[in-house]
Design a protein around this ligand. Sequence first.
Ligand code: ZN
Length: 329
Amino acid sequence: MQRQHHRRVGWYRYHAAVPAVRDPYQVLGVPRDASDDDLKKAYRKLALKYHPDRNPGDKAAEERFKEISEAYATLKDPQKRAWVDRGGGRSPQAGPQPDFSTVDWQTVFNDADVNVNLGPDMPKTGSAVFDALFGVMTNVLRAQGALPGETRRSQASVNLKTAREGGTTTAQVPGPSVCPNCRGRRLEDDGQPCRTCGGRGLKRRGSRVEVRIPAGVRNGTQLRLKGLGGPGNPPGDAYVEVQIELPDSVERVGNELRTTVHLLPSEARQGADLHVHGVPVTVPTGTQDGDVIVVPQGGIAHADMRVTVQVGVWSGLFRWARDKISTTR
Ligand SMILES: [Zn+2]
């Protein structure tokens, strides 16, 4: 009832005990002496216009459909119509507002020959009827390919090497989503039903998809997988947000990476070619403890990597041995 306080047309609130109700005669566009037949005709005409089949997923149409249905249900009921004629909604003397929570909407629709069938699992009374009508129609029409599919979103973690050099990873697209194998065509190339989705063209619980990571990708980049989102016509797209996972010893400042490398005294003196987190780093001759080596394009998305040198026998030896193991593996 909150929304009705903002309406300029119709009735407004006089008393706290009487919630604002829009004049049902005005809602249906009929005179106050309208016959039952006039009411039915007016409601039918409006109901066709705002029918859930014609306006799936349209919140404004849903509100209007509910409003005209309530107006009709009010005026076709002699007691409720008498309440309106006494000034119900305007005057506290008219008594409390009629209760719509127990109205059987299927009866109302049938009564006015409005073609709406509430399925066996759908609510029959209350506002939930209208939510269900418009929501269910939306899903039915999407599955039939009469509405565009929804966008689906997910994430994929990649390591630094993949982020720098590019590669592939997998992401879980939430369901229901278009089958990535047949891309909704339901068939394999040989004409047999798709083995991944059983010929349905979609995966109800979503699907694992392979994602190509472009070289130099930034953290937070949204990769678009065209047509692999929610089913519909056209199918929705899936978006995968790239999350670059860095080792604890690497700090990211914007796209720039900062880390430390441990060198043997001999490596610092004579220079060396190393890999630091997969990035080739050339140590110049005569490097000192505390020097910073800047590696152009060593960071994310072609930014720099800044490597701080620490010279020490034991830490240098430890790093040297670990490098040996990883290169001989
Ligand atoms: Zn398939």
